[in-house]
Write a protein that binds this ligand. Sequence first.
Ligand code: FAD
Ligand code: NAD
Length: 465
Amino acid sequence: MVDFDVIVVGAGPGGYVAAIRAAQLGMKVACVEKESTLGGTCLNIGCIPSKALLNSSEKFMDISKHAEEHGIKATKIELDLAKLMQRKDKIVKQLTGGIGFLFKKNKIEHISGSASFIDSKTILVKSAKEEKKLSAKNFIIATGSSSIEIPSMPIDEKQIVTSTGALSLQSVPKSMLVVGGGYIGLEMGSVWSRLGTKVTVVEALDRIVPTMDGEIASNFMKALQKQGIEFKLSHKVNNAKINKDNVEVSIESSEKKELKEKYEIVLMSVGRKPNSEGLNLEKIGVNLDEKKAIKINQEFKTSVDGIYAIGDVAPGPMLAHKAEEEGVACIELIHGQKTHMNYDIIPAIVYTNPEVASVGKTEEQLKELKIEYKIGKFPFMANGRALTTSTTEGFVKILADKKTDSILGAHIIGHDAGQLIAEIVTTMEFGGSAEDIARICHAHPTTSEAVKEAAMNVDGRAIHI
Ligand code: FAD
Ligand code: NAD
């Protein structure tokens, strides 16, 4: 007799969602988590705390720089960083505690400790208190990911930090070098730049956010430059030396020119790697790919029967909503249902200001795939609501199939980009066309009208430009 129908290893958005769905379907389920709180990277040291800091820092910048244009005299604006951090911690506590409540409500057994496989049907869970063996018919590995470290840039989480350290700095640094112009670098760089830090981003490639549409990326960089963030594209950091008050770095350009510079803080944000080590996977025959992600088929099955993998530890974009969706789909497959995962339509958002949101194919990908397409664009400058909220930066860009008009991709840079993309995601999931969005009545005045106008402009008939 096995102890459980399903044991989920890891209580991040992939794991805790899978556990809840399993309980809903009547399975006897346990979720093993090695950290003292539930919610994984996303709730503890990722999506949630970073968005809390982005919101506070945006408010600070908005009041400091833009109050006067609204006729508001805000004199003597001061930053209380400790309070700002307390707010973030309170939100994290509320949400992680909420998962504990959901586990109890759904009668999910929460097992504290670090899991590793003894064989394909048994795990060993070690905690400070005890060690126990647990068996199950099925296991879902949802152990997430961690920051990639470069050996010549040793992380101490004080002066050379990952996102985790950058989420909890005790004072506003005078200068920060961000290594990597991707999601984390630009979000956390924005937070500290808004609070007063001089931020410099070093990016190895000749552009930022490499997976996003090229035109959007270059407009995004210009917007961040206007806010005071400096960029060194096609540059790499070779090594760093930690001094008492600064970090000395050696930065190399693509022409092999070397710069020696000093920064108070260095943020390493060069990507994340799957947490596939320490689970004894080699011993039980679970295969990994070249990036050390767990290889799975379309049904999340690993190379070992009854063992599944989802979320950041499996291949694909490392995004919380991808992990959650896989959690639900994986359990439903185990339960005998069909999967609904559609990897072509996973939205991605950088929560800076302006935000950048993307779904489907970029122009570069369509060109490479030799798919003929039409473009419809609309600037927020011509949108009434954006004018009233002083958020006129950016535009909506819709890419539609030249013959069928079906939407192939959409890319938005603008204040509300992350919310606005949802309409296009839904339309794409239903196989919709640009014409479908163009014919839907959108409320006035809203920034969603810019999406409608971009859709109309796929056929050159936007009204307001
Ligand atoms: P995780 O959330 O990493 O959870 C895995 C869990 O498994 C962890 O709690 C870990 O302790 C546990 N675990 C690992 N090994 C074991 C073991 N052997 N035994 C027991 N437990 C184990 N994504 C977004 O979509 N939107 C965002 O805005 C966003 N912002 C981010 C900001 C930052 C700073 C970072 C770092 C990431 C961000 N992400 C964001 C990415 C997102 O956090 C991840 O994609 C998501 O958390 C992946 O979920 P997961 O369940 O696969 O893994
Ligand atoms: P990333 O993959 O988004 O960006 C890493 C960047 O570093 C790339 O532009 C890459 O070209 C560059 N780079 C790599 N090596 C370098 C080097 N030696 N020197 C200079 N630049 C180098 O990675 P990230 O920002 O660390 O974030 C990790 C993952 O976490 C993201 O890919 C994303 O999946 C997830 N995340 C998502 C969000 C969100 O959804 N808003 C926010 C944060 C993190």
